[in-house]
Design a protein around this ligand. Structure first.
Ligand code: URA
Length: 295
């Protein structure tokens, strides 16, 4: 399959509709590379399926006040009455987090009341997927649906992400790990999903850093500006467009920046640019697999 055909499938998969497919493929070397990579990923997905671990809901009642008996789907109103407040003592030090294994890290996130986001969450959203995965996709933070279900990218943006993964021959829970910059839902004054603050991101960051260290992915894909800025340590004023189209390194891992799927839902025309970003990620994966020490 040529790269042009793969692009057509991608655009079809993510809902752009029928696209023109060029008959001649000017970039035949690149095409062959991408095909090799996606074939490899496909093969790897079968090899790693037995190691798949689905994370997510981690005994959410453990963070609930016993008196409320509230379920994970409790309303915000129930949480407003919660006597539990922020407790920085529940936030382990960065040094402690850096020594944690997966179960310890997951338990620490579940118990965390280190910032005000804990007060309205239904549950934490740790991350999910294959802990042997070579691909890590990082979003901003859980939205309403993720907060209710305890798993990342399970709402409408998540469905688009699944289609994007599928176009790359990747699949959540098979050969990909999904995580977020913050592990609790952030809302505005009206209860709508909202980007986390720099302080909330800074407090939660050691958890993501430990996930990256445990996973040691070959490629990280940062979904959206918040994820890109957090991963790359950029100034909050840094634009997404200035970060796209080039290879970065986040915590020693090659990192590609692309649009957040929620943005792509609002602005479908940008899906074409997203495909360019994902091609860069695929080429990076190929380069890294062929030559792991390559810069
Ligand atoms: N948006 C994100 O950034 N992460 C999710 O998990 C869901 C929506």
């Amino acid at each position: 399959m040529t790269l042009e055909h793969r692009r057509a499938i991608f655009l079809q998969e993510i809902g752009v509709g029928a696209v023109w497919v060029r008959r001649d493929t000017a970039h035949s070397d690149q095409t062959a590379d991408i095909d090799r990579v996606t074939d490899t990923i496909n093969a790897a997905s079968y090899a790693t399926q037995s190691q798949t671990v689905t994370l997510g809901a981690v005994n959410p009642s453990a963070t609930l006040p016993a008196s409320t008996g509230a379920s994970p789907a409790s309303t915000d109103a129930a949480w407003d009455e919660s006597p539990l407040a922020t407790d920085p003592a529940t936030l382990p030090s960065t040094a402690e987090i850096a020594l944690m294994d997966w179960p310890q890290l997951q338990a620490a996130v579940s118990a965390c009341r280190g910032c005000d986001l804990c007060q309205k969450r239904s549950q934490t959203v740790f991350g999910s997927g294959d802990r042997q995965a070579k691909w890590l996709f990082v979003g901003e933070g859980p939205g309403r649906t993720e907060d209710q279900q305890g798993a990342p990218f399970v709402g409408t943006a998540g469905k688009l992400l699944d289609a994007m993964l599928s176009a790359l021959n990747l699949q959540r829970d098979a050969n990909v790990y999904l995580s977020n910059v913050v592990k609790c839902r952030s809302t505005d004054a009206h209860g709508a999903d909202h980007a986390p603050s720099p302080q909330q991101i800074a407090l939660c960051k050691p958890y993501l850093e430990r996930q990256i260290a445990l996973l040691q992915p070959t490629v990280i894909v940062a979904l959206g500006k918040t994820a890109a800025q957090a991963l790359l340590g950029c100034d909050p004023g840094t634009s997404l467009s200035s970060l796209r189209g080039q290879l970065h390194r986040a915590h020693q891992c090659p990192t590609v920046v692309t649009y957040h799927p929620a943005y792509l839902l609002r602005k479908p025309i940008a899906k074409r640019e997203a495909w360019d970003d994902l091609c860069l990620a695929l080429r990076t994966y190929a380069d890294q697999t062929a030559n792991p020490s390559a810069e």
